[in-house]
Design a protein around this ligand. Structure first.
Ligand SMILES: *Cc1c(COP(=O)(O)O)cnc(C)c1O
Length: 362
């Protein structure tokens, strides 16, 4: 069967080259006589895989030396608790910017552990933009400020990095990590579930500044203690070995194409094709404020729920799948992560244009 253009928000498309390499190495990885998923995580052959994965990620993201890289399980959602457990241990205050559903979940989780405050929110506008903040938006004695850098469900992205002074900035980057260069030194912690733009579901990457380690609350589960994970090289227990291997192949793929500058160029070109089309017609409406538009998740509606439904089902028949918007928003969402080829977006725009002509509104 032909492969489809898969616009799923996650788990999502992986580069064809990565899947082909994994397939070729499936039964016998580099003469080991076994698949990577059958290997002991403590074997020398696997230690090289996880070691290379870390080295490559550091190279791709230009991660400074004073940051640790952790390969964990539990998804980004587990980090909603791990962050306060590890960091909310000074003033026990933490400031959250609410820019969508995931940041709201993170905020609610943090409220279990201390004085978490929503310092800015775009909820009243159905999260159609990213709230603006400045240094005075935050409490100077907060243990950290939390943001969700790219809002997967609504299709918005922070057009700026909040200025938090000495307060560490924590960012959920699940749906934008590796999409463009980011200055890691501006953040105390970056975390990301891998299934959007990095690997298969099951891996969560945490990048943390070293001075933030070792201050976890007493009740922190051992598995969630960043220091324990850092001291054990992400091998306190069995790490998600196969997902880390796939991530390594993805990092190699990115480097082979020219790194994150090149990713940004390719992603900007894809996103511009779709947004320019949306801006040049009136059949579809893109609800997100222009300044907050995401390069990764593009949302649009026809304004008619029945037409939206018909759009998603006819698109699927044309090989353009998973275009239905998140159940909390409706409409359509095209997730165009790194692995989505330009041709996929071209095919989508062509389909959108034909659909509009064939389905005039009453
Ligand atoms: C998908 C997603 C999550 C949830 O990730 P899980 O790995 O399923 O827990 C959290 N934050 C963002 C920004 C996401 O895109």
């Amino acid at each position: 069967m032909e492969r489809v253009y898969n616009f799923s928000a996650g788990p999502s498309m992986l580069p064809l080259e990565v899947l082909q390499k994994a397939a070729a190495e499936m039964l016998n990885y580099e003469g080991s006589g076994m698949s990577v998923m059958e290997m002991s995580h403590r074997s020398p052959v696997y230690e090289k895989i996880i070691g290379d994965a870390e080295t490559l990620l550091r190279q791709v993201m230009n991660i400074p030396e004073n940051y640790k890289v952790l390969f964990l399980q539990g998804g980004a959602s587990t980090q909603f608790a791990a962050v306060p457990l590890n960091l909310m241990n000074g003033s026990k205050k933490a400031d959250y910017i609410l820019s969508g559903q995931f940041s709201t979940k993170a905020y609610k989780e943090a409220q279990k552990y201390g004085d978490a405050v929503a310092v800015a929110s775009s909820k009243d506008s159905n999260f159609s933009f990213v709230p603006k903040t400045d240094k005075n938006s935050f409490r100077a004695d907060a243990d950290y400020v939390h943001i969700c850098f790219n809002n997967t469900i609504y299709g918005t992205k922070f057009p700026y990095i909040p200025e938090t002074g000495d307060v560490p900035l924590v960012a959920d980057m699940s749906s934008c990590i590796l999409s463009e260069p980011v200055d890691v030194s501006k953040f105390g912690v970056i975390y990301a579930g891998a299934q959007k733009n990095m690997s298969a579901a099951g891996l969560t990457v945490v990048i943390i500044r070293e001075d933030l380690l070792g201050n976890a609350r007493a009740e922190t589960p051992t598995m969630l203690d960043y220091k324990v994970q850092a001291d054990n090289g992400s091998m306190y227990n069995t790490p998600p070995t196969y997902c880390i291997y796939i991530a390594k192949l993805v990092y190699e793929w990115i480097l082979g194409l020219g790194g994150l500058e090149k990713m940004r160029e390719m992603n900007a070109k894809k996103a511009a094709l779709l947004y320019d089309y949306l801006d040049g017609q009136s059949y579809y409406v893109a609800p997100v404020e222009k300044e907050s538009r995401s390069m990764m998740n593009v949302t649009f509606v026809t304004g008619d729920a029945d037409l939206d439904k018909k759009f998603a089902s006819e698109a699927a028949k044309a090989g353009l799948v998973n275009l239905k918007g998140h159940r909390s928003v409706g409409g359509m969402r095209a997730s165009i992560y790194n692995a989505m080829p330009y041709e996929g977006v071209e095919a989508l725009v062509k389909f959108m244009d034909e659909f509009a002509k064939n389905n005039p509104k009453a």
